[in-house]
Design a protein around this ligand. Structure first.
Ligand code: GLU
Length: 415
């Protein structure tokens, strides 16, 4: 992976959208920086008795349209700028799907794979103690992200409720069902992406039952493997990667068996009937649809020209660099940008907040139907911007999101 600074990328995207929207200098300046940043340290007693100090952040990027919303990552390469970029992208993401929310993100610099469950619980509770005064259902609502999950959310919610002395389940989303979670959250990010792929296939005349590949096999990648077939009526999954390796089978994998294998062995590597390939081979596979579902900047000018997929559905945040965007656009690859393709997760998070606030929970089909509606509408509003402004899909999605946030800032009299 090249050493891109994701926040520089995010700021450049804002400038590009602002130029087309004719935004004034103060609005551009306001939208180019986080509103609020909290940096703190978390002392954790480790299993061997020693105390380790972890560095952590929570950033509220913009709250003009509503309270900040976005995940918390536990990652060994976390920096303030990765979190700034991710918080920034959350702001446009919630706006593109028209949720009454702003954008935020948090992170801890740590290596979660080398930590025990008890150490992770201590870290999660310490995170909340460090940041509780800045959170709240009407202020900032975290969720899981890379290497955090519903269990992390329950520990965090429990710590928060202990501090404020009242039930407040909506302060974190993607919780298990027993403690205020919603139906349909586990599938939400992938489902949203697959719904947009279905719309793109109709417009472009691409066969949704052709081949597809998935880069990254965490929650979003796993669910996309299953949902692509379930929602689009077929398709052959030929190439998959995770952080440990990549595999190929021209006849196609059984997604269910592959998910079970990953969950039991910890990786897809060695799945029966698969041939090992390189990470780049997955991105460059001869498929109709490619789902990047790993980390930032994996599609760059180094490999973009080799991508053969007709549709790239970005389930990861920031997987494509600006140079790669131009190359893909010129090669007529239809990119469904992250702030649209991965917006299903935060959309169902919003549904979870709504249900928590009136303590009445919807059936799964209601969640699915409302999610599908939101994502289909967002896909078409981005399509309209592509046509009207004659720009590539990421810029079009940015134009939709940035325009909505800029308008809210103006209405409030901030600029
Ligand atoms: N971490 C997810 C994202 O990047 C979900 C955020 C949320 O639900 O708040 O979109």
């Amino acid at each position: 992976m090249e050493s891109y600074n994701s926040f520089n990328v995010a700021q450049k995207q804002i400038l590009d959208a602002a130029k087309i929207l004719n935004l004034d200098a103060a609005t551009i300046d306001l939208l180019s920086w986080p509103q609020n940043e909290v940096k703190f340290t978390i002392p954790v007693r480790m299993d061997n008795g020693s105390v380790k100090i972890f560095h952590a952040w929570r950033i509220r990027y913009n709250t003009a349209r509503g309270p900040a919303k976005g995940g918390i990552r536990f990652h060994p390469d976390e920096t303030v700028d990765t979190i700034r970029a991710l918080a920034c992208w959350m702001t446009w993401k919630t706006a593109v799907v028209d949720l009454p929310l702003g954008g935020g993100k948090g992170g801890v610099l740590c290596d979660p794979k080398s930590m025990s469950l008890r150490e992770l619980e201590n870290l999660s509770r310490g995170y909340i103690r460090g940041v509780a005064e800045h959170l709240g259902i009407d202020k900032d609502i975290p969720a899981p992200d890379v290497y955090t999950n519903p269990q992390t959310m329950v520990w965090m919610m429990d710590e928060y409720e202990t501090i404020v002395h009242r039930h407040q389940p909506g302060v974190l989303t993607d919780k298990p069902l027993q403690v205020g979670g919603t139906q349909g959250r586990r599938d939400a990010t992938a489902r949203g992406g697959v719904v947009t792929v279905g719309e793109a296939c109709k417009i472009l005349g691409v066969n949704p039952k052709g081949k597809y590949a998935i880069q990254g096999f965490g929650n979003a990648g796993q669910r996309a493997a299953l949902l692509h077939q379930e929602l689009l009526g077929g398709g052959t999954l030929v190439a998959v990667s995770d952080s440990r390796g990549a595999i190929y089978n021209p006849k196609g994998f059984n997604p269910k068996e592959l998910v079970t294998y990953k969950l039991t062995s910890g990786s897809i590597v060695g799945f029966p009937g698969s041939a090992p390939i390189s990470h780049d081979d997955v991105l460059e596979a001869d498929v109709e649809v490619l789902y990047p579902a790993a980390l930032e900047n994996s599609i760059s000018e180094r490999n973009a020209s080799k991508i053969k997929a007709k549709i790239v559905c970005e389930l990861a945040n920031g997987p494509t660099t600006p140079e790669a965007d131009e190359i893909l656009y010129n090669n007529r690859v239809h990119v469904i940008p992250d702030i649209l393709a991965s917006a299903g997760g935060v959309t169902v998070s919003y549904f979870e907040m709504v249900q928590d606030s009136y303590s009445f929970f919807w059936d799964e089909d209601v969640v699915h139907q409302r999610l599908d509606q939101k994502l289909t509408k967002a896909y078409h509003s981005v399509q309209e911007a592509i046509k009207e402004k004659k720009v590539h899909p990421r810029l079009a999605a940015m134009i939709v999101g940035v325009a909505r946030v800029a308008e809210a800032c103006k209405l409030r009299g901030w600029v």
